[in-house]
Design a protein around this ligand. Structure first.
Ligand code: NAP
Length: 238
């Protein structure tokens, strides 16, 4: 497979971090990003030791100025990128004060909704707006949006409302972009319920078990799918 230049948001820990290392191992150049650059020090050490092709950038996906700065810095080193992985995400619905644990829309603090939408939905949109030009210069551009079955309308239940709403709307972004961005494949993925800070220790999948599905979506062949929702390489319902 031709080596790709792959930009991953939120790649200092969790699934984004492990995916980045696996993509490096496969010979791709990975642009790791994090809100705090020093949180990539350990990643940098691993990549240096293993001779991986990797770069490290600061990025807060909730801030347009941060995204524009990243674009400027990346464009100094690369004409194009081949894959954008919109992995960074937050789940703060469960951070209610104990006496207010309700986890329903009726009790959802609007500031939590706003923060979640800004990170999980507006962030990926701003990343797509900013990096589409560089993706179009790739011979096989790919965008992977990290969604969740919690955002699936087919199985929509209650609990964690702002998170569900953000991921459901992100799926709409995937469908719209897949139609609009000719020549770029755009898919949503559900990584599974994964043992990360977000997923918790009781989650059903290890990070290592989740990574292959992400790697597959980030390195699709030319005749691969677009405008779809996947879990572990299998199409799932919106
Ligand atoms: N784990 C699961 O079970 C599960 C299930 C379905 C979907 N997902 C989705 O999978 C993706 C990765 O989740 P995870 O489990 O790996 O989560 P995680 O371990 O909590 O890691 C989240 C990552 O996102 C970054 N991030 C958060 N806000 C950011 C911002 N404003 N700008 C830049 N980076 C930001 C974090 O950076 P900091 O270190 O700076 O906070 C961290 O690197 C998320 O989109 C999540 O919604 C996860």
């Amino acid at each position: 497979m031709k080596p790709r230049i792959i930009l991953i948001t939120g790649s200092n820990r969790g699934i984004g971090h492990a995916t980045g290392l696996e993509l490096c191992k496969l010979g791709h150049t990975v642009l790791f990003t994090a809100r705090t650059l020093s949180s990539l020090d350990a990643t940098k050490q691993i990549c240096t030791d293993k001779g991986y092709k990797a770069e490290y950038y600061e990025l807060d996906v909730s801030k347009l100025t941060s995204i524009q700065k990243l674009h400027k810095d990346v464009a100094k080193r690369h004409q194009h990128i081949d894959t954008l992985i919109n992995n960074a995400g937050i789940l703060i619905d469960r951070d209610y004060p104990l006496q207010a644990v309700d986890d329903k829309i009726s009790a959802m603090p609007l500031d939590k909704l706003e923060t979640t939408i800004q990170t999980n939905l507006v962030g990926p949109i701003m990343m797509i707006q900013t990096f589409t030009g560089m993706l179009k210069k790739s011979s096989s551009g790919i965008i992977v949006n990290f969604s969740s079955t919690l955002g699936s309308l087919t199985d929509m239940g209650s609990g964690m409302p702002s998170y569900r709403i953000s991921k459901c709307a992100l799926n709409a972004v995937t469908r719209i972009c897949a139609t609009e961005l000719k020549g770029i494949k755009v898919n949503s993925i559900h990584p599974g319920w994964v043992q990360t800070d977000m997923g918790g220790k009781e989650a059903s999948l290890t990070i290592a078990e989740s990574v292959p599905g992400v790697v597959w979506a980030a390195t699709l062949p030319k005749d691969g799918p677009t405008g779809k929702f996947f879990f572990n390489q299998k199409e799932i319902d919106w």
